[in-house]
Design a protein around this ligand. Structure first.
Ligand code: DC
Length: 222
């Protein structure tokens, strides 16, 4: 087990992981790993450099030398701020595809573990509790029905002024889910010792409260 306390927050997209993680980061003063943003940055880089996501050699090569930096809550690719650009459904689709390549996941492993620095870490993703931080002190797994998640994503995109078609979002969420849950490496499943929280009928405050109960039970103030 790592000496730095790690709280993992795993689950499918649109389930509220990002919102919960940020609230926990505020409450605990911990560092934050948005692992999905790393896969999205890789996808963005491929599109930007004109590589096909099917060109596995090029994808792995870029994953090994990904010129991405997280600084003051922003995400940089070389000198370009890509914080917003990586949030499109197109980038998410490519991210999900390249995330299924074992050598890509291997190449990004140490980079993610390096985020575990004092006073602690909240790690948001799909395989944080199973693969990246198997010794984490607290493992949370959020779930919710695909319909609820699609509605949330739809609302988020509209608020950002992005084009959003609900039927298309439901379809894309289902496709991405199937790929994330069924892939051979690091599939989206709760760790054996994870606490599963179904957020379908809970407000964000209720999700935070439930998470904090679990965190306090492991001896971390929340
Ligand atoms: O959480 P997100 O939507 O930003 O993630 C984008 C994609 O990256 C998602 O479809 C699956 C992949 N991903 C992953 O495979 N493992 C993670 N730990 C995080 C994200």
């Amino acid at each position: 087990m790592s000496s730095v306390p790690v709280i993992t927050v795993d689950g499918p997209s649109g389930v509220g992981k990002g919102t919960l993680s940020k609230r926990l980061v505020e409450r605990l003063g911990f560092n934050f790993l948005d692992s999905g943003a790393i896969y999205r940055a890789l996808a963005w880089g491929l599109l930007h450099e004109g590589h096909s996501p099917d060109d596995e050699a090029a994808v792995v090569q870029l994953a090994r030398h990904l010129p991405v930096r997280f600084q003051d809550g922003r995400i940089w690719y070389e000198d370009e701020d890509i914080s917003e650009a990586i949030r499109t459904e197109q980038v998410a689709g490519v991210a999900s595809k390249v995330a299924a390549i074992p050598a890509v996941r291997e190449a990004l492993l140490q980079r993610q573990r390096d985020f575990a620095r004092p006073p602690g870490l909240v790690a948001d993703g799909r395989d944080m509790g199973t693969v990246v931080f198997p010794g984490a002190q607290v493992k949370l797994f959020l779930d919710a029905s695909p319909e609820v998640r699609a509605e949330r994503r739809h609302k988020q995109l509209k608020e950002k002024g992005m084009d959003a078609n609900i039927d298309k979002i439901v379809r894309e969420i289902r496709e991405r889910d199937a790929r994330d849950r069924n892939r051979a490496v690091a599939p989206l499943v709760p760790a054996d010792d994870a606490v599963v929280i179904d957020t379908s009928d809970l407000s964000i405050d209720e999700v935070v409260e439930r998470a904090c109960e679990v965190i306090r039970a492991r001896g971390i103030d929340c």
